[in-house]
Design a protein around this ligand. Structure first.
Ligand code: MF3
Ligand code: CO
Length: 237
């Protein structure tokens, strides 16, 4: 899991300075795929339930699962989420970052920042004996206290030899609910945060989930392992 997670982290290291106005979402996917394969891994999402991209690239009001396209050119002021899965030796690493493209508005940068911070607010509660709902609840509280909302249809998940394993990990819900965490569990915690209302619709491509109100959305994810006294992030170097 650590080795697979490291490949995902290397992808973000490799692309972070290359997300500039004028590139396409396909260019981003190609850069990611190259780094994944150079490190002996395979792109987990490619052909997953028929998903056609190596990674997911979602722009502005697209919440998740945007399909890379050479026609989708990024412009100054866009924000773009890059969701990366890498499979290595049968194990999966899964993480996402949202990047500003060129010069972005303060409100877009704030959304990105709060989304990332909410992950860390959530995992503060990740330790043996805690309830999964403690993590979910902290993410919800933090985001809602900043005026944002949490889409209901998409959640974090267990991750291991498959991309999606039990349990589902909602980004909302009561503290003290859900399964009790144990040492060795590997989980993908992924706040997906909406600037406006949380309602989402899926486009005709069958994948792209877009905010119904057309407002911005942001996504931040890491795969973690529950340790003896807390957690460790697997998708970082
Ligand atoms: N990180 C995303 C998730 O956990 C990636 C899945 S994209 C898919 O749902 F195309 F592979 F489904
Ligand atoms: Co995930």
């Amino acid at each position: 899991m650590k080795k697979a997670g490291r490949v995902v982290a290397l992808v973000f290291e490799g692309i972070k300075d290359k997300i500039v106005p004028g590139i396409s979402t396909q260019d981003i996917a190609d850069m990611c795929e190259k780094i994944i394969r150079e490190n002996g891994a395979t792109p987990t999402f490619l052909n997953y339930y028929g998903y056609p991209g190596a990674v997911c690239v979602s722009v502005n009001d697209e919440l998740v699962h945007g399909i890379p396209s050479p026609r989708r050119i990024l412009r100054d002021g866009d924000i773009v989420s890059v969701d990366v899965g890498a499979t290595l030796n049968g194990y999966v690493g899964d993480a996402c970052r949202t990047y500003p493209v060129g010069i972005c508005s303060e409100k877009a940068l704030r959304l990105i920042k709060v989304t990332e911070e909410s992950f860390f607010e959530g995992v503060k509660h990740a330790r043996p004996g805690a309830h999964l709902g403690d993590v979910s609840h902290a993410i919800q509280e933090y985001c809602e206290s900043h005026g944002y909302s949490l889409p209901r249809e998409y959640t974090g998940h267990g991750v291991g030899s498959s991309l999606h394993e039990d349990p589902y990990i909602p980004n909302y819900g009561p503290a003290g609910s859900g399964p009790v965490l144990k040492e060795g569990m590997t989980l993908a915690i992924e706040p997906m945060v909406a600037e406006g209302h949380f309602a989402v619709r899926v486009l005709k491509d069958g994948w792209t989930a877009k905010m119904k109100d057309g407002k911005l959305s942001s996504h931040y994810e890491n795969s973690i392992v529950i340790t003896k006294d807390g957690y460790e992030i697997l998708t970082k170097i």
